[in-house]
Design a protein around this ligand. Structure first.
Ligand code: PRP
Length: 218
């Protein structure tokens, strides 16, 4: 059933812009999927095609990737686990790609350790308000005030906006250079492949094969 459809229609990938997309293309190249026109840095093109394997790629802002996948505008998405958790879209998470490894943490000055221990009503600044809320309310049962920021979140405790932050820590150098530390670890993160729920059913074999091929190169 549907085998002709399976082979002929394009399978569309939404890739989170930046380092993640670059790493994903490297990985796809290992299994013989190339997209030369995507490598052209001067191009302003947004959608790229691999005719041979009937694949289509586009770059999107990370947080929009799960949205494209949920609505089926993309069959497959590659995005950080942080975004998967924060956006909480109805998609299948099928594969840990193993790169982009880092941790979601509660960070702040050492002096904030005590506030956390005593379950004080603290202020938490984050680019990830849903992850922060889930962690403090559902896991720690601590009432906090969450303040949403769009980046450079480390500024929060430094300028007195918040007591702590919930943010990604990779090497830890941003924290160190700004006199902050990891106070609690929320969860490990890495790049994930997500799949549209309908595509998973209609293109099962094609997607399974792809996952299998990729898995052998992780
Ligand atoms: C991320 C994150 C930290 C930093 C962590 O920020 O929010 O600030 O990287 O990396 P490190 O532990 O290796 O220092 P990003 O560069 O994405 O920019 P942003 O602050 O604007 O979110």
């Amino acid at each position: 059933m549907g085998t002709i459809m399976e082979e002929t229609r394009y399978l569309t990938f939404a890739l989170g812009k930046g380092r993640l997309a670059h790493k994903t293309l490297e990985l796809l190249e290992k299994i013989g999927i190339t997209c030369e026109e995507m490598k052209d840095k001067s191009s302003r093109k947004l959608v790229f095609v691999n005719e041979e394997r009937k694949l289509r790629f586009f770059l999107a802002k990370g947080p929009d990737v799960p949205t494209y996948v949920e609505y089926g505008a993309a069959d497959i998405g590659v995005v950080g686990k942080d975004t998967v958790l924060e956006e909480n879209r109805r998609v299948h998470e099928v594969l840990d790609l193993g790169f982009g490894k880092c941790r979601m943490c509660v960070c702040g000055p050492e002096s904030a350790r005590e506030l956390l221990m005593h379950h004080e009503r603290i202020r938490v600044a984050s680019k990830y308000p849903n992850i922060a809320k889930d962690y403090f309310y559902n896991k720690k049962h601590q009432t906090v005030d969450i303040i949403r920021l769009n980046g450079s979140v480390e500024l929060g405790p430094m300028v007195g906006l918040s007591d702590v932050i919930v943010d990604i820590v990779e090497t830890g150098s941003t924290l160190k250079e700004n006199g902050l530390a990891v106070l609690e670890e929320i969860c490990p993160l890495s790049a994930r492949m997500i799949v549209n729920q309908v595509s998973m059913q209609m293109q099962t074999e094609r997607i399974r094969r792809l996952i299998h091929e990729i898995r052998e190169h992780i």
